[in-house]
Design a protein. Structure first.
Length: 286
């Protein structure tokens, strides 16, 4: 999946440990995203019964939908065929159904919360729940033209969660990284990083989304998205880029005047680092 959507050029490689940690964080971010979209879908049932986001958990939405259906809360056109003379249940049934839907979402949310700090058992629990959710989607909805995209998204989420779990266990088997050799607190000439070549002058008139900006020691650092390309711009010069239709965790890096400058997305936040120190960060779920 990463090879299908991602393309980076001239990126200084992150450490294997950092790459694996980013995969784990990305899996957790995707879990939070599907929880958020499910809540939005349930709210939309009350506002507009015809709207639906695909990136969603099936079972809590389906429970809320049945509650709305049995209490006559859906748009009138839903009841045109085969519903003549049917007596709807009172609103208590809807409240009970919403309670069960909320309880399931709460379990997913707890899995996201407690999977922090590499507590992978909670992420495995969320994967098991989502596999059950996918199986029920198959059994209840079946496979047809209308549901195939929803099924594809379910499979994508399963792959994402599985990737994060495997990344965690690979991370546990890795030896601790040794600190770089230093002399009098400064890098020696032999270990001093080489300057990163310039990709191009930044197009300041291009339509873009600025993901994060910061200034430090004369460097004006901009992490931005132009169409489907994320750019690391330092003093109006592009040093690194990342191309993706759907973003996953990534790190852009450049060495300028013997300073290592990084910007990227760890699966939950955008960040900017200078010499390993985070100088700016911002929560970003999508």
């Amino acid at each position: 999946m990463a090879k299908l959507f991602n393309k980076t050029t001239n990126t200084a490689p992150s450490s294997p440990r950092e790459i694996l940690q980013n995969k784990y964080n990305s899996s957790r971010a995707n879990l939070l995203l599907i929880i958020a979209f499910t809540v939005i879908n349930i709210v939309l049932l009350f506002v507009d019964g015809s709207s639906y986001f695909l990136f969603s958990i099936f079972v809590p939405y389906f429970i809320a939908f049945i509650g709305m259906l049995l209490t006559g809360k859906l748009p009138q056109e839903v009841y045109e065929d085969g519903w003549d003379g049917l007596e709807f249940f009172n609103d208590t049934v809807l409240y009970v159904m919403l309670f069960f839907a909320a309880a399931i979402l709460l379990v997913y949310l707890l899995s996201w919360i407690f999977s922090r700090k590499s507590r992978v058992g909670w992420l495995i629990f969320a994967l098991v729940l989502f596999c059950i959710d996918t199986a029920l989607l198959f059994l209840i909805q079946g496979i047809d033209f209308q549901t195939i995209i929803d099924i594809i998204f379910h499979i994508w989420v399963i792959v994402s969660l599985t990737s994060g779990i495997f990344a965690h266990f690979k991370l546990r088997k890795m030896p601790e990284e040794e600190p770089a050799d230093e002399e009098n607190g400064e890098a020696t000439e032999e270990t001093a990083p080489q300057s990163t070549p310039v990709l191009r002058i930044a197009d300041l008139d291009a339509k873009c989304k600025v993901l994060l900006e910061a200034e430090k020691d004369g460097f004006v650092i901009t992490y931005r998205r132009v169409k489907k390309v994320n750019e690391l711009v330092i003093n109006n010069v592009v040093y690194d880029e990342y191309e993706a239709i759907i973003e996953s965790a990534h790190n852009l890096c450049a060495v300028v005047s013997n300073r290592t400058i990084e910007a990227g997305y760890d699966g939950l936040r955008s960040y900017i680092k200078v010499d390993g120190e985070i100088i700016a960060k911002k929560l970003r779920l999508i």
